[in-house]
Ligand binder design. Structure first.
Ligand SMILES: [Zn+2]
Ligand SMILES: [Zn+2]
Length: 139
């Protein structure tokens, strides 16, 4: 089985290749992810730093401070096309959280759980049998 998966930004400048399984893969319904993506939820797939090889220009960073925890969350995006390819968090700063939709095959991983469901859109239906957390999941 090939355990490497590739992806990148919309314009193709920034590319990555991950090896192995994600530490966790989640659908995040927090209001921050809703605003930054302009969507109902974000797909956040976390890897250790050493699992990812990058190519292309350095990603640009935007730092946001959580109004809930007071800790930083950083959006790492392509300065040419604006795609947020990766996120990092103060709680676990070595973790590289790939924006799941940027994989060439975004269906290769499953979703372990849904988080921040307290701010999920009212029309969002989360299937039975999938773990749900009102707020953050802290492993
Ligand atoms: Zn780009
Ligand atoms: Zn979120």
């Amino acid at each position: 089985m090939n355990d490497a998966h590739e992806g990148g930004c919309l314009c193709g400048s920034v590319r990555y290749r991950v090896s192995g399984e994600p530490a966790r893969s989640q659908a995040c319904h927090c209001s921050y992810c809703q605003t930054r993506t302009g969507s109902a939820f974000a797909i956040v797939v976390a890897f250790q730093e050493e699992q990812i090889a990058w190519s292309g220009p350095e990603l640009t960073v935007y730092e946001h401070r959580s109004d809930e925890s007071g800790r930083w969350i950083r959006n790492h995006f392509c300065s040419r096309c604006g795609t947020t390819v990766m996120l990092s968090i103060e709680r676990d700063p070595k973790l590289r959280i790939i924006a799941g939709g940027t994989f060439e095959d975004p269906g290769w991983f499953g979703i372990d759980r849904h988080i921040w469901t307290r701010s999920a859109q009212h029309w969002m239906h989360i299937p039975d049998g999938v773990a749900k957390f009102e707020k953050a999941y802290v492993p």
